[in-house]
Design a protein around this ligand. Structure first.
Ligand code: SF4
Length: 180
């Protein structure tokens, strides 16, 4: 696993500054603004906004047939309206202090020892060592959170039996059967 200094150096070699364009929050192509959120992130946003789970999050749209005759998906996403994240208001994130890891660390992602970089108009802009370290520390914390989430999800998946004819989301907290 990469250390913060290594990640910071890689970020600096790419270069990045957020231009505040909100392009990552808008739908510019099919599912381009799909923001995956862990149950802990959903609960943090619920606490900050006083919104319900279903108001904050929607199931990841690709459902899989289960052996028991139901269907399941393995993640939650921030709820979207027709063309953007529901929390994008007047071109700004209305839950900025509580935004999920994906938003906090966009356009970067760590997968094992690789730094993946998504499309973004802010790429290529030089950034200071301090800013690169802040971004790198966030990325390392995100990677740790995602690893913990994955371990919880695996355990929940092994226990889950989706009721026949029902749809459910399996996450690190267990199985949530959907209404309707
Ligand atoms: S939570 Fe905020 S930063 Fe993330 S997609 Fe929505 S508006 Fe954008």
């Amino acid at each position: 696993m990469l250390g913060i200094d290594d990640v910071a150096n890689r970020i600096r070699s790419v270069g990045f500054r957020c231009l505040g364009c909100g392009a990552c929050c808008r739908r510019v192509a099919e599912d381009s603004n799909l923001v995956l959120v862990s149950p802990a992130e959903v609960r943090k946003i619920m606490a900050a906004t006083k919104m319900s789970w279903d108001e904050v999050a929607e199931p990841y749209p690709d459902f899989i047939e289960s052996e028991s005759g139901g269907q399941y998906t393995l993640a939650w996403c921030i709820r979207r309206n027709e063309d953007a994240c529901i929390f994008l208001r007047d071109g700004r994130c209305s839950i900025y202090p509580h935004r999920p890891w994906i938003c906090r660390t966009y356009p970067f992602m760590l997968v094992d020892d690789d730094l993946l970089v998504s499309e973004c108009p802010g790429l290529g802009t030089p950034l200071s060592l301090h800013d690169a370290h802040v971004a790198a520390a966030d990325l390392c914390r995100r990677q740790a959170a995602e690893t913990a989430e994955e371990i919880g999800l695996r355990a929940a998946y092994q226990r889950a039996v989706v009721p026949p004819g029902k749809r459910a989301v399996i996450d690190s907290e267990g199985m949530k059967v959907l209404n309707g």
